[in-house]
Write a protein that binds this ligand. Structure first.
Ligand code: 5GP
Ligand code: ZN
Length: 112
């Protein structure tokens, strides 16, 4: 997907502030943070959204959650954080490469 913004960020073609990287995923700070800590975790393989998760490719999602839990401990916000993925334009998704927002560092408002 060569016109995908997050594929370009993963490839280093567009600069980003890296939080973490391994063979399966890349984490980087959101350009417009909505909380004192706000970064995104994306699979390196292009999936448009959570609607494309299948039994065959779902392992990367578990991996990403394990990475998030590890980063929460290392970065000191394991006591409270939120993970959000917007799926589809109607839900506010603006970049169509699966990504998990990680928000922390403040009292997060009730979500439901
Ligand atoms: P969505 O609205 O699709 O759930 O989230 C997309 C997120 O990507 C937004 O929070 C937006 O601020 C962030 N974003 C958009 N373009 C860039 C960029 O070029 N660099 C970084 N680091 N974040 C971006
Ligand atoms: Zn992509």
């Amino acid at each position: 997907m060569n016109d995908c913004l997050f594929c370009k960020i993963i490839a280093g073609e567009i600069p980003s502030k890296k939080v973490y990287e391994d063979e399966l995923c890349y984490a980087f700070y959101d350009i417009s943070p909505l909380a004192p800590t706000h970064f995104l975790v994306v699979p390196k393989g292009h999936l448009a959204s959570a609607a494309e998760i299948t039994a065959e490719n779902a392992a990367v999602v578990g991996h990403i959650y394990a990475v998030i839990a590890k980063l929460a401990k290392e970065l000191g916000f394991a006591d409270g954080f939120r993970v959000v993925t917007n799926c589809g334009a109607a839900a506010g998704q603006t970049v169509h490469h699966l990504h998990f927002h990680v928000l922390a560092g403040t009292t997060l408002g009730s979500f439901n």
